[in-house]
Design a protein around this ligand. Structure first.
Ligand SMILES: CC(C)(COP(=O)(O)OP(=O)(O)OC[C@H]1O[C@@H](n2cnc3c(N)ncnc32)[C@H](O)[C@@H]1OP(=O)(O)O)[C@@H](O)C(=O)NCCC(=O)NCCS
Length: 267
């Protein structure tokens, strides 16, 4: 895998037949198999198994290690990575209907997928989760547009938190995904979050199987996105057509939202 390419994988928990379930289970480590057995509901068992099998088979697509041979570790905030490090980076997001895995070589990545039908629920939590600048932009919208924006901002925030790998130690109201202007969408950080090189992150929003998906990756260049789907799991992957997705980046200038707040910017 070259450093400019970003690989996104999709799998669907509802595809698990009895035979595929057995084959996927045989890929799990002992710990994972024990964890799999603890879920009370079948839908959660399927989601868990699909996630574990997808990350293993997808990683083996880029490395000679067999799917069952991968070992993982987590950082203090729970972000999993390959152990020992082989240069591949990945991140996962799972829901009952879709599991996504984003993989890159040598660049941190974060991904979040949310069912589009959850937009209303997300909007209800917006006041607690969004920054004042994001909220102001959201409040200027109504109806479908408002639900749509809330879902986009939410998935972008999750993908950013996950790319940084520091969980909720990153205060959600201290960074903003702001829509509009020539950049389309920009990420602005409150200075209290410390310094991050401008244009460290590239991000985009896409949709698949009724989910809104935010992708976040390190790198100054626009990534070359390849999308793969496995239906059912363990079947040969199908490469899906993509292109036309618009990539954005974190702001290179000091936070414009903050300048605006203190009245330094012309309106
Ligand atoms: C990790 C976290 C960021 C995402 O959780 P989530 O949206 O519930 O779940 P997702 O399906 O998108 O992601 C779960 C996967 O992320 C990965 N993950 C766990 N902790 C992580 C971390 N600190 N950083 C990156 N990835 C992490 C894991 O692979 C996990 O799946 P697994 O346990 O099956 O391996 C969550 O722990 C969290 O803290 N969420 C913030 C909640 C919130 O208030 N968000 C509002 C944003 S507006």
């Amino acid at each position: 895998m070259d450093k400019k390419t970003l690989h996104l994988w999709y799998a669907h928990p509802q595809d698990l037949t009895e035979a595929v379930t057995q084959a996927c289970a045989s890929l799990l480590s002992e710990d994972e198999r024990a964890q799999w057995q603890t879920f009370r509901f079948d839908c959660h068992r399927r989601e868990y198994l699909t996630t574990r099998a997808l990350v293993r088979t997808a990683l083996s697509h880029y490395h000679p290690l067999a799917p069952e041979a991968w070992r993982f570790q987590t950082n203090p905030y729970g972000k999993p990575s390959v152990n020992p490090d082989c240069g591949l980076r990945f991140n996962l997001s799972n829901s009952l209907g879709l599991v996504v895995c984003l993989i890159a070589q040598g660049a941190e990545v974060g991904v979040d997928a949310e069912p589009i039908q959850d937009a209303e629920k997300v909007t209800e939590y917006a006041a607690e989760m969004l920054s004042p600048f994001e909220l102001a932009q959201l409040e200027a919208l109504s109806g479908r547009e408002k639900l749509d924006r809330a879902l986009s901002v939410w998935t972008l925030k999750e993908a950013y938190v996950k790319a940084r790998g520091v969980g909720l130690s990153l205060p959600l109201n201290k960074f903003s995904f702001l829509f509009g202007g020539v950049e389309g969408v920009r990420l602005e950080l409150d200075p209290c979050l410390g310094t991050e090189p401008g244009s460290r992150w590239r991000f985009c929003l896409i949709e698949h199987a009724n989910h809104r998906i935010a992708l976040m990756t390190e790198g100054a260049a626009v990534p070359d996105l390849q999308v793969w789907e496995v239906r059912p799991l363990l079947a040969p992957p199908t490469r899906l057509a993509v292109g036309g997705e618009r990539w954005f980046q974190n702001s290179v200038a000091p936070s414009r939202a903050l300048q605006q707040q203190s009245g330094h910017e012309a309106h």
